[in-house]
Ligand binder design. Structure first.
Ligand SMILES: NC(=O)c1ccc[n+]([C@@H]2O[C@H](COP(=O)([O-])OP(=O)(O)OC[C@H]3O[C@@H](n4cnc5c(N)ncnc54)[C@H](OP(=O)(O)O)[C@@H]3O)[C@@H](O)[C@H]2O)c1
Ligand SMILES: *[C@@H]1O[C@H](CO)[C@@H](O)[C@H](O)[C@H]1NC(C)=O
Ligand SMILES: *[C@@H]1O[C@H](CO)[C@@H](O)[C@H](O)[C@H]1NC(C)=O
Ligand SMILES: *[C@@H]1O[C@H](CO)[C@@H](O)[C@H](O)[C@H]1NC(C)=O
Length: 331
């Protein structure tokens, strides 16, 4: 009896200590995650008559961003890979914003063929694009998981897909006269390195989930390169880290990783907070003409990881990705 009581007291102690630790950790995260000082409510940018394309619009940060753009009158193309989910979100955003110029576009960003057929459809629907938000992304897919086209799923979704999409839409962006491209990267890029062979599931060794880190580094590396190539066209390109946000992004990780994320969810920012830096890059008038920059989750221009600062590295990566996507041979 005594033994049982002392054991249960011990268990209570252990539980309380764990709960207190989580609380302290959570409060630290809250303090560390300073917010973007830019106030969305005070921004008067109206998007009536403008066209915006948002990838990964059915979930998390992308859904909130799409809704805000719709509320500001934009014709938003919600790019999703699942028709039912896309239709449901489109109806939700339509009801919330009263905007009935929304369109659902279907594309699997890990498939080059799917992106090409999506673009063929899109360019029949719209001739100018004012805003392209490369938001879709995956995390937690085992390394060297290949797509039917022979690309690594993580690199294809987070980097090669947005590369191809952005390049195929370049004409429509330039026709808009003044347009912005926003790439949703991650602070995790600091833990990545560049090896073009990764794109096809080969290349240097990767630690657990480092394929995500590397893919986000590649995405950021293009900021400089695309900005250089678009100079004088009226199209600006920037990338950002939304912060640590509680969304479905961890869905493909095992429960050992999802459980702490879930426990801490109360202290993490919500999708609407993660959307603010993206909306800042999309809407703020003070950013007219600003291009090739990387912004942290407080909306402040920050240097990206070292490799992303080297134009020679960016040029080599660009050439490798052009070959991989056959961008030089078609269209
Ligand atoms: N949450 C964070 O803490 C955090 C931190 C840094 C950066 N980010 C970045 O923020 C972006 C948005 O993520 P989130 O947090 O909002 O996560 P999320 O809720 O999981 O949203 C990811 C979106 O990407 C879409 N997607 C994934 N693979 C796709 C594919 N092959 N084709 C088309 N769409 C695809 C998903 O569609 P399905 O629903 O069909 O899968 C979903 O709409 C990502 O780029 C992520 O890397 C997030
Ligand atoms: C966005 O990413 C695409 C694909 O990686 C790239 O082509 C483009 O240059 C990037 N733009 C920025 C601003 O990072
Ligand atoms: C990620 O998880 C989702 C939901 O659990 C699943 O539908 C999807 O197929 C997974 N993606 C990959 C590439 O394994
Ligand atoms: C963003 O960068 C600024 C300037 O370097 C820094 O003061 C701020 O703490 C950074 N924010 C985050 C969330 O890292």
């Amino acid at each position: 009896m005594f033994l049982w009581a002392s054991r249960s007291i011990l268990a209570w102690w252990a539980l309380s200590v764990i709960l207190i630790l989580i609380l302290v950790l959570g409060l630290c995260i809250r303090l560390w995650q300073r917010s973007c000082p830019w106030d969305l409510q005070l921004c008067s940018t109206n998007l009536a008559g403008k066209t915006a394309v948002v990838t990964g619009a059915n979930s998390g940060i992308g859904k909130f961003v799409s809704q805000e753009l719709a509320c500001r009158g934009a014709r938003v193309i919600l790019v999703c890979r699942n028709r039912e989910q896309g239709e449901q979100v489109l109806a939700e955003i339509q009801a919330a914003s009263g905007n009935n110029h929304l369109l659902l576009g279907l594309a699997d960003l890990s498939s080059l063929a799917s992106i090409r057929s999506f673009v063929r459809w899109l360019l029949q629907e719209v001739s100018e694009i004012h805003l392209l938000i490369n938001n879709a992304g995956v995390c937690g897919i085992p390394e060297k998981t290949l797509t039917p086209e022979g690309l690594d799923v993580t690199f294809a979704t987070n980097y090669v897909g947005p590369f191809l999409l952005t390049n195929l839409l370049r004409g429509a962006l330039e026709r808009a006269g003044s347009a912005r491209v926003v790439n949703v990267s991650s602070y995790r890029q600091n833990y990545g390195y560049i090896d073009e062979e990764h794109l096809t599931g080969a290349g240097g060794p990767l630690a657990f989930n480092q394929n995500y880190d590397c893919s986000k580094l590649l995405l950021t590396t293009f900021t400089g390169e695309l900005a250089r190539r678009l100079q004088g066209t009226g199209v600006t390109v920037n990338s950002l880290n939304p912060g640590v946000i509680y969304t479905s992004i961890m869905r493909n990780l095992s429960w050992q990783y999802r459980f702490p994320f879930w426990l801490l969810s109360f202290f993490l920012k919500a999708p609407k907070h993660g959307a603010v830096p993206i909306l800042y890059l999309s809407l703020a008038q003070e950013l007219d003409g600003i291009s090739g920059k990387y912004f942290n989750s407080s909306c402040i221009v920050t240097l990206p990881a070292k490799p992303a600062q080297d134009p020679r590295v960016a040029q080599r990566l660009w050439d490798a990705t052009v070959r991989l996507t056959n961008l030089d041979k078609m269209d």
